[in-house]
Design a protein around this ligand. Structure first.
Ligand code: ADP
Length: 191
């Protein structure tokens, strides 16, 4: 089972690289951002609460996210080759929960951290905003999301460094070069 936790700031290329990895290694792609946007699209009460947080660039509470992940892992198909966790964990508390959940099902994961310079992140997100139609892809919200990333998400790098499954990737390069670095890491794990 190949489980990959793909981390990085907004605009670091997690979604793009997740698609490449899923395609090459036959693993499932779980994007928590997509799951949350799908809930918003239903127009439910919960979706409205989520929308109010996401559109301002804030995180959804840990307990709400835990429900999503627990439900996903409990319902994995028997022939599942593994998962790319794209956008989860985003806090140290989420990282701790995920470690426990994976352990419960006798699984582990490699953490791949996509490191990208801030100027490039902003440039990419502004470009994406022109076509994505996402309420959070505008300059003010982008700056806030990057600040939230530094405060709440970046500390998980230390968590995974201590747990011995941390791998950093230079995400400033083009998509193909970044994917080459990721493949080297995955293949070095011998799966
Ligand atoms: P990006 O990585 O570009 O910010 P995502 O689609 O991964 O885009 O996430 C969009 C938004 O969804 C986040 O800014 C946050 O509000 C919410 N979100 C996604 N994953 C999580 C999570 N694990 N915990 C809390 N909020 C999350």
């Amino acid at each position: 089972m190949l489980n990959i936790i793909l981390c990085g700031a907004p605009g670091s290329g997690k979604g793009t690289q997740s698609a490449f990895i899923a395609n090459k290694y036959g693993v499932q792609h779980l994007s928590t951002g997509d799951v949350l946007r799908a809930e918003i699209a239903t127009g439910s009460e919960l979706g409205k609460q989520i929308d109010a947080l996401i559109s301002k660039g804030n995180l959804v509470p840990d307990d709400m996210m835990y429900g999503v992940i627990e439900n996903y892992i409990a319902n994995l198909p028997a022939d599942c080759k593994g998962t790319i966790f794209d956008g989860y964990p985003r806090t140290v508390a989420q990282a701790e929960s995920l470690t426990k959940l994976l352990k419960k099902y006798n699984m582990d994961a490699i953490m791949i951290d996509l490191l990208v310079d801030e100027q490039l992140l902003i440039q990419r997100l502004i470009e994406r905003g022109k076509v994505s139609g996402r309420a959070d892809d505008n300059l003010n919200t982008i700056r806030h999301r990057i600040a939230v990333y530094h405060q709440q998400t970046e500390p998980i790098a230390h968590y995974y460094l201590h747990h011995g499954n941390y791998c950093a990737v230079n995400g400033n390069h083009n998509m193909a070069d970044v994917f080459l670095q990721i493949m080297r890491i995955i293949d070095s794990y011998g799966r």
